[in-house]
Design a binder for this molecule. Structure first.
Ligand code: F6P
Length: 601
């Protein structure tokens, strides 16, 4: 901890402040009738006046770090009983967390921590539609997006599942019409290409799933002759890249935005509207543009027929929205609804597991607790997501947003500055590419807990004539080797036995004791992709539940947005009326002036 956080004075003021805010949130706010009775109760508990770091289980884990520091993974891996208990299987997925710097005692202590943080109750509240996103007074119900038709999940006293299925049925119908050519463009041609415009949660999740499905046998068959592209960046280069080679006559644009106000998405939507109408006339927009949003009024104002809008709801967070029309519409247009339905089923299977499995056998809970252990106790601030499958190349960017936008917070759910860090720095690349890039640092530099994700059956196996080891075997050899290299390392003694010259021994030594976990999937089809997505989503939630934060808001993205608005106004005034740059600090003023002087924009 920093000097500030360690100081007794800070701790004292922090406690007083916490108490004051707690009283205000719990006693004053509800009396203003802003929340329902049950939500008030929930808030009272969520905003518990005790921070998790003041509880006994947290303190015990802190003390326990000393025990763990006396161990090395080399020795921990010798304990077969321990390793056996740190492996589990669920619905075809194998999880092995024996290479975590943890013992069975650590696990027990983490389960006690989960109890102190009321993780079980928080999971129940989430599934029961309580307003656990308290700063936005919303429920958090992405699990309802993939629930079977007959499930009952209430939000504000209403079962939301029928509404979910109404939209899914509408997507099924629309996507089938587009794919079959029953719905055509203004010139009567089938719409073979889809450009999905959206950013952040309205982009990364669908891109991840699309990339993962692209090379899967059944998906390839279903996507024959079609293409799906994603336009996210406001940079005009992204527009150019995405429309290159496309004909507006055969293109359908899907504007995806929860709010329908996001600057980047709206500018890109206006840009493609112009692209379509200048080629085909303004009446073409009705046939060539559809939308996905919670704000159907703004969709209509933009000029998209509300009948061609696909709704979702404010209880779906942007980064948790891939199972709503945000992902389901573009993916169904590309692959057909039945493939996407399998993806939803995979996610739903993990939802049920997360909701009902005891914590000792609950994959997202165990993963979430281990991440808290790594971040908050062992002091590892980063996590590498390393899928040994090129099809999962967009997993890390997606999870990066899910995790970092959810858990990168500075205050507790009741708004009090936290004396500990939350969230982690997520990054990753598929193996084996990453091995030739940043693995050097992971092996001999900083300690970064790694998630290795492997697949038993390749989507695209290759067997060379005279080779017994297939190309996929080659990838998987690395998947199996890397975790052991990290855990065991290599000692100077081993190197000396190998006659490594003395001056190189220290350079070639690997300290080992570097934690990782391995997830082995049977194959990579729509169902498994859905499972993987839900595992990560729930793991992130578990971490947030333990840290006592609100993982479902994202106020941290606002400041930059509002400053950009100020700059945009300045650019407008300078370009239109030649006004000089005012109202900025010296540095920003100089930069903007330079830009205006020399650039054409
Ligand atoms: O980056 C902030 C954010 O609000 C994300 O949470 C969200 O997914 C993204 O912007 C896009 O928002 P929208 O779907 O409303 O356009």
């Amino acid at each position: 901890g920093s000097v500030l956080f360690d100081s007794k004075l800070f701790a004292f003021f922090n406690k007083v402040l916490r108490k004051l805010i707690f009283d205000w949130r719990v006693l004053y706010l509800p009396s203003k009738k802003t929340l329902s009775a049950s939500s008030t109760y929930i808030l009272r508990i969520m905003a518990s006046s005790t921070l998790i770091c003041d509880t006994e289980p947290w303190k015990e884990l802190r003390a326990h770090v000393e025990d763990i520091n006396k161990t090395h993974l080399r020795d921990l891996m010798n304990d077969t009983k321990r390793c056996q208990s740190m492996m589990m299987e669920f619905d075809g997925i194998l999880l092995d967390y024996s290479r975590q710097r943890a013992t069975l005692d650590t696990l027990n202590k983490l389960f006690n921590l989960a109890e102190a943080a009321r993780v079980k109750e928080k999971i129940n509240w989430m599934f029961n539609g309580e307003h656990i996103n308290s700063t936005e007074n919303r429920s958090v119900l992405h699990v309802a997006l993939r629930a079977p038709r007959d499930t009952v999940i209430n939000s504000d006293g209403e079962n939301v599942v029928p509404e979910v299925w109404q939209v899914l049925d509408k997507i099924r119908d629309f996507s089938e019409r587009v794919r079959s050519g029953a719905w055509v463009g203004v010139t009567g041609k089938t719409l073979k290409a889809v450009v999905a415009i959206g950013i952040g949660g309205s982009f990364l999740g669908p891109l991840f799933v699309h990339t993962a499905l692209q090379t899967e046998a059944e998906a390839i068959e279903c996507a024959r002759g079609r293409q799906l592209r994603f336009l996210a960046n406001v940079d005009p280069i992204d527009v150019a890249r995405n429309i290159t080679g496309l004909n507006p006559e055969t293109t359908l644009v899907v504007v995806v935005s929860k709010t329908f106000t996001t600057a980047e998405t709206m500018l890109n939507a206006r840009t493609l509207r112009e692209w379509i109408s200048s080629a085909l006339g303004p009446q073409a927009v009705a046939k060539h543009m559809v939308a996905v949003s919670t704000n159907l009024k703004l969709v209509e104002q933009f000029g998209i027929d509300p009948n061609n809008a696909f709704a979702f709801w404010d209880w779906v967070g942007g980064r948790y929205s891939v199972c709503s029309a945000v992902g389901v519409l573009p993916l169904s247009l590309q692959y057909g609804f039945s493939i996407v339905e399998k993806f939803l089923k995979g996610a739903s299977s993990v939802d049920r597991h997360f909701y009902s499995a005891p914590f000792e056998k609950n994959i997202p809970v165990i993963l979430g607790l281990l991440s808290v252990w790594n971040v908050s106790f062992l002091g590892y601030p980063a996590r590498a997501i390393l899928p040994y499958s090129q099809a999962l190349e967009k997993l890390a960017p997606h999870i990066q947003q899910v995790s970092m936008e959810s858990n990168g917070k500075g205050v507790s759910i009741d708004g009090v500055p936290l004396p500990y860090q939350t969230g982690e720095i997520d990054f990753g690349e598929p193996g084996t590419n990453g091995q030739h890039s940043f693995y050097q640092l992971i092996h001999q530099g900083r300690v970064i807990p790694c998630d290795f994700i492997g697949v038993v059956k390749s989507q695209q196996p290759i067997y060379l004539k005279d080779e017994v080891v297939s190309n996929h075997d080659e990838v998987m050899s690395n998947f199996f080797a890397q975790p052991d290299a990290l855990a065991y390392g290599k000692t100077p003694e081993q190197l000396q036995k190998e006659n490594v010259p003395e001056h190189l021994v220290s350079h070639k030594t690997f300290s080992g004791n570097r934690p990782s976990l391995s997830i082995l999937l049977p194959s990579l089809n729509a169902y498994n992709i859905g499972q993987l997505l839900a595992i990560y989503e729930h793991r992130v939630a578990v971490q947030g539940f333990v840290w006592g934060i609100n993982s479902f808001d994202q106020w941290g993205v606002e400041l930059g947005k509002s400053l950009a608005t100020q700059v945009r106004k300045q650019l407008h005034a300078s370009r239109k009326k030649g006004e000089s740059v005012e109202g900025f600090n010296f540095s920003t003023k100089m930069l903007i002036t330079k830009y205006l002087e020399s650039a054409m924009g």
